[in-house]
Design a protein around this ligand. Structure first.
Ligand SMILES: [Zn+2]
Ligand SMILES: [Zn+2]
Length: 147
C-alpha cells in the first residue's frame, strides 16, 4: 500500500490503493468488499475501461460515471430515477476531471446495506469520497453485478 499525503491531501498511486483506502474509512459502516468501476461495453474489445468523468451528489446519494473512452453513461444503481443534476467532479488539487472509481460495500452475511463511491484523480492521485448510498439489504453479489 502506498498512500501518501501531499499538501494535506491523501493520494494513492494506484486504483488498488483506493480499494484499500475504502476499507480503512472511519465513521461509517465498515467496508468489507470493494470493486473497481469498469466500462465493459463491446467498444473496449475485452479490455474494460477504467477512466471516467464523474458526477455525484453526496446529499442525495446519487452518482453517474461517463466512460472517457466510449462516452457511455453509467448511473449508479437507481441514481437516474432520483437525479439531481450535480456538477461534474474535478480534482481539488490539480483541477482536471478524469478519475478512476472504486466502490466499497458494507456486507453482512452476504447482504449489502451500504455503498460508498470514491474517486482517484488519474493525474495527481488525489482521493475523494464522492457519495454514499443506503441499499436495502440486497444480496451483495447482485449489487456488485449492477455496478
Ligand atoms: Zn466505455
Ligand atoms: Zn488531481
Amino acid at each position: 500500500m502506498s498512500l501518501r499525503t501531499v499538501g494535506g491531501h491523501e493520494t494513492a498511486e494506484t486504483i488498488d490503493d483506493l480499494k484499500v483506502w475504502l476499507r480503512g474509512l472511519e465513521g461509517c459502516p465498515p467496508v468489507t468488499r470493494s470493486v473497481v468501476a469498469t466500462c465493459d461495453r463491446p467498444a473496449h474489445a475485452g479490455e474494460p475501461a477504467t477512466w471516467f468523468y464523474v458526477e455525484a451528489d453526496p446529499t442525495a446519494g446519487v452518482a453517474r460515471l461517463r466512460c472517457l473512452a466510449c462516452g457511455n453513461a453509467h448511473p449508479v444503481l437507481d441514481s437516474e430515477e432520483r437525479w439531481t443534476f450535480p456538477g461534474a467532479w474535478s480534482c481539488v488539487n490539480c483541477n482536471q476531471s478524469i478519475a478512476e472509481v472504486a466502490f466499497g460495500v458494507h456486507d453482512h452475511n452476504g447482504r449489502a446495506s451500504w455503498l460508498v463511491m470514491a474517486v482517484r484523480c488519474v493525474e495527481c492521485g488525489h482521493l475523494h469520497g464522492a457519495t454514499d448510498l443506503v441499499v436495502d439489504n440486497v444480496p451483495t453479489d447482485d449489487l456488485l453485478a449492477q455496478l
